[in-house]
Design a protein around this ligand. Structure first.
Ligand SMILES: C[S@@+](CC[C@H](N)C(=O)[O-])C[C@H]1O[C@@H](n2cnc3c(N)ncnc32)[C@H](O)[C@@H]1O
Length: 306
């Protein structure tokens, strides 16, 4: 019988330093800041999931504020399970706002234009909002929405310190946005929607607040094929967003049913070494998984409201 390996629980997602070395499991001293084991709440429902998510990211924000540094995201690890390109060189990058929680770089593909009104869903410490602000200039505006009060406080503090007057952060739930219809040219979201229990409601809200012809660009974690439970657990231990990720086809179908035309801009499967996975599953299950082609992947999608 396999023993359960030590979990690093990097959460969604680990810091964004460029790293090409194979992914290795982390040790438990890097404590689990974000333990997104949604199965732990059983059938107690969507509100329990949200309470857990809010409390987990509240801790991340408090920890970040206390340390005033960006070196500790969900799991305080130096690994980068999504092999993200570096954020640090992007115009508008602010280290205090980068909690290392993203799983893509939606801003680079968002076709942002000067004067745009931009909404960032699940804005965390504000990193994507500040990068977007640089692209849209003084004549545009950015609104970040997050349902974790500590994240909103952190992002507002960052905006104040940067002296930005056209970036604001609003407390609210993506499933029920406190925003007017048809009011944004662009929507961004980075590694957030997988955490939202009612994705249909979230996508409907995105559609409602976008202007006709407006675009969303979203980076998120999805699954492909049937993931054996041991493999899902191992991936979730590595990157917390995996715990509640849904199949890629279902995600895209839901967006299309909402009324968006969707394009896949990036698709970057997470790769795990056999050595890592063998801590979670036996050799036969590992071989079956490798043969099946099942994956956990970070996608960046763009959708248009026509
Ligand atoms: C993985 S973090 C990503 C933060 C930020 N996008 C980034 O890349 O740094 C997820 C964020 O989404 C927020 N969030 C999760 N579910 C939400 C919901 N239903 N409504 C609003 N915010 C939500 C969390 O509070 C957290 O700040």
């Amino acid at each position: 019988m396999k023993t359960t390996p030590t979990s690093s629980s990097n959460g969604c997602c680990s810091p964004r330093s460029v790293q090409t070395a194979p992914i290795q499991p982390q040790t438990v001293q890097n404590l689990s800041v974000v333990n997104l084991d949604v199965s732990a709440v059983g059938n107690s429902g969507a509100e329990a999931v949200k309470t857990m998510v809010r409390s987990s990211y509240g801790e991340v924000a408090k920890k970040s504020s206390a340390k005033n540094s960006s070196d500790c995201g969900c799991g305080c690890s130096t690994d980068n399970p999504f092999n993200l390109e570096s954020y640090e060189n992007l115009d508008g990058y602010d280290p205090a706002a980068d909690l290392g929680l993203g799983c893509g770089i939606p801003t680079e593909l968002a076709l942002l234009e000067p004067g745009n009104h931009v909404l960032d869903l699940g804005s965390g410490g504000g990193i994507d909002a500040f990068i977007a602000r640089k692209a849209i200039g003084e004549s545009g505006k950015v609104v970040g929405v997050d349902f974790t009060p500590e994240m909103i406080a952190l992002a507002q503090k960052n905006a104040r310190e940067l002296g930005f007057e056209n970036v604001s952060f609003v407390l609210g739930d993506i499933e029920n946005l406190p925003l007017e219809s048809d009011s944004f040219d662009r929507i961004l979201s980075n590694c957030v929607l997988n955490l939202v229990p009612d994705k249909q409601a979230a996508f409907a809200e995105m559609h409602r607040v976008l202007k006709t012809g407006g675009l969303f660009t979203v980076s998120d974690i999805v699954t492909v094929g049937d993931l054996p439970s041991g493999i899902r657990d191992s991936a979730a231990a590595y990157a917390g967003c995996v715990a509640s990720a849904i199949p890629k086809d279902e995600y895209i179908s839901l967006l299309e049913e909402t009324g968006f035309q969707v394009d896949i801009l990036k698709d970057a499967p997470l790769s795990f070494t056999d050595e890592y996975l063998l801590q979670w599953v036996g050799p036969q299950e590992l071989a079956a998984f490798r043969d099946s082609g099942a994956q956990v992947t970070s996608v960046t999608l763009r959708g248009k409201k026509s």
